[in-house]
Design a protein around this ligand. Structure first.
Ligand code: BGC
Length: 430
């Protein structure tokens, strides 16, 4: 079988973002930030206040952190020691779904069951201690409307989560009730933050010079310290819910993916860039290339990562992975093209995210000059996907010219747990 060259080239073009479109995306993003801050319904960014500024680095004490929002839930006990230092005292983690055993992600689960599962993990993290008082910071990584640091109401599930009875609810009320059912009245949740906010807090605690935090993993989102206007007074971290950004042009695969998703019409950027979806986009394009338009194959972002890590001339791993998933044997020249398709999908993802980072830098900078700074990013795609560093840098150079040298992205590994502990400390201090 040989792939149709015309179709192949057209599909690669559909996943290509040239410099002009990159600039347009960055400008539109900044415009949506401003509209969102002003409360305009024309913004596709939710711009949710976090009720937190940046930490000083001097926060101290032991705090529990519940990190909930991806495929794994983690509960950690941290001791913050000030001066940007900390120790992790205990750590438990479990997946939210084990095929054929349990599933707290799908629509068959109830919120109560899900939060009971979380409370069980907290119990493990404190080794069954039902006496010692603990404050708990909760990283809850879904769009939530807050009225203060401890009161966050889930607006809508994302990342294909669907457990019933959580949307519209105050998540720490559900958590508190589950902790009580578990006999853990000694554990008091005192703060809820988004995972991007947690990443920013952890990076700022350790490093300074960081005003933007992002997740590039199963899902995608960015927050930043808004210095100027609107609801963020005094300067406050805003969770943009940038995965909801809409002012970019979807191609036919994006449209098909959205139509088959849990929340149609929502999270349009996220569905073009996040790890949960990259393999699916590849599967849709692959099916079309194999003459099976309308069908799809289930690839994962890890498959794409493995294909790209193989830089051999004959793209053997791409052929092996495609054969395992589709049963089709590719000749060498097609395997090379398929690896190019994976590359195009991944590079588009990196470039679109880079554009949103630049839009955010423009907003932070206002009329002044870009200050030297880091953008803190956590997440498996950022950490493990080939090409991320170089393509991010290339996109920054295209948009920022010489100023690109002032900005870099930095891995904030484990930031979403540490940040929750820092939030609990900042809240206690008041
Ligand atoms: C959620 C965000 C979260 C991001 C990364 C998105 O689906 O809406 O709140 O920050 O995933 O976990």
């Amino acid at each position: 079988m040989a792939l149709d060259s015309v179709l192949y080239n057209e599909i690669i073009a559909a996943f290509t973002v040239d410099t002009e479109h990159l600039r347009e995306a960055a400008a539109n993003f900044r415009q949506d930030m401003r509209l969102g801050l002003a409360g305009s319904p024309d913004s596709s960014l939710r711009m949710l206040p976090s009720y937190l500024g940046l930490p000083t680095g001097e926060e101290r004490g032991s705090y529990l952190a519940l990190d909930f929002g991806g495929t794994n839930v983690r509960v950690l006990l941290y001791r913050l020691e000030g001066n940007g230092t900390y120790k992790m005292l205990s750590h438990v983690a479990k997946p939210l779904k084990v095929d054929g055993v349990y599933d707290f992600v799908g629509a068959d689960a109830t919120g109560e069951e899900m939060f009971d599962f979380l409370a069980g993990l907290v119990d493990e993290a404190v080794a069954g201690d039902h006496e010692t008082p603990y404050l708990l910071g909760h990283t809850f990584s879904f769009p939530s409307r807050q009225t203060n640091i401890n009161d966050a109401r889930l607006i809508i599930w994302t990342k294909e989560f669907a457990a019933r009875g959580v949307e519209g609810e105050v998540v720490n009320d559900l958590l508190r009730a589950a902790l009580v059912r578990q006999g853990l009245s000694n554990v008091t949740p005192n703060s809820v933050i988004n995972d991007t906010v947690a990443v920013l807090l952890s990076a700022a605690y350790i490093n300074g010079d960081t005003k933007i935090g992002a997740i590039y993993a199963t899902g995608h989102n960015t927050c930043y310290l808004e210095p100027h206007t609107g609801m963020a007074e005094p300067p406050m971290i805003i969770n943009m819910e940038s995965g909801g950004f809409q002012k970019i042009s979807p191609n036919r695969f994006d449209v098909a993916l959205d139509a088959a998703s849990e929340k149609k019409g929502e999270q349009r950027l996220e569905k073009m860039v996040a790890g949960r979806y990259l393999g699916e986009l590849f599967g849709l394009a692959m099916a079309e290339l194999l003459g099976e338009k309308g069908h799809t194959y289930h690839f994962t972002s890890v498959d794409l990562s493995r294909m790209l890590a193989d830089v051999g001339e004959d793209a053997q791993l791409a052929a092996t992975i495609v054969e395992a998933v589709t049963g089709k044997i590719l000749p060498v020249e097609d395997a090379v093209r398929i690896r190019e398709l994976a590359r195009a999908i991944v590079v588009r993802s990196i470039r679109l995210i880079a554009a949103t980072f630049v839009g955010t830098l423009w907003q932070i900078t206002g009329a002044g000059e870009i200050c030297p700074q880091h953008i803190a990013v956590d997440g498996s795609v950022y950490e493990k996907m080939p090409l991320v560093q170089e393509e991010m840098r290339r996109a920054f150079s295209e948009l920022l010219g010489e100023d690109a040298a002032k900005v870099d992205t930095m891995l904030a590994c484990g930031g979403s747990g540490l940040g929750a502990a820092i939030a609990a400390a900042m809240t206690e201090r008041g």
